[in-house]
Ligand binder design. Sequence first.
Ligand code: ATP
Length: 224
Amino acid sequence: MAGRTLIALYGGTFDPVHNGHLAIARTAATALGCRVRLMPAADPPHRPPPGASAHQRASMLDLAVEGDDLLCVDRREMQRDGPSYTVQTLRELRAAEPDTPVALLVGADSFLGLPAWREWEALFGLAHFVVADRPGDAWQPDTLPGPLAAAVAGRWTEDPAGLAASPSGKILALRQPLHDVSATGLRARIARGEPWRHLVPAAVARYIRDQGLYRDAADTGSWL
Ligand code: ATP
């Protein structure tokens, strides 16, 4: 099985995709030696409804990855109804690809919140995890909260290439330069008329402007 091509999935709401997402996706693709598939959640569980539709969020991802050999967009969660539970997505993938190595890229905040995900302990039997640092979420493998610490014990690896040697179950810490940007902060900047375009690719900024996304109802349409 060693040497099989890894499938790297990067799920999120991407409301909208921003430079912080793209930076960790590119770092992961380079480290893992495979394309990273950005996978928008059609109906993200455990959070308020997104400001942009699933179609709009996927369209922004298309614009963000255009011409980028390291990244692509994966619409599998848009092709089913109901909440986009990761465990269900991975089980569907596993039905088609029982032995293929699969890795799930998450930011540190998502990883620390993993025990709130549906059937979270089953995820380690379905995929590897690649955990990216995120500003404000300092973490170390030996200082994790109780249930998470127990579930991840013995799973850590420092070898990105080693993830391709088994289908699932390992965890790799991706220590990359930090990008202090969040979609929540970005939407707030747009709504308040503060500068925001530098936080997303130019084509995504044009789409947000043209679609009138995330603006306060009273906003006259600033373009900062
Ligand atoms: P929101 O502020 O709306 O929650 P977000 O910026 O966290 O959005 P999501 O689409 O929810 O974006 O995140 C998808 C994944 O990307 C999550 O695993 C999250 O931890 C990670 N992520 C988002 N922004 C960053 C960043 N700046 N650095 C590292 N990881 C990030």
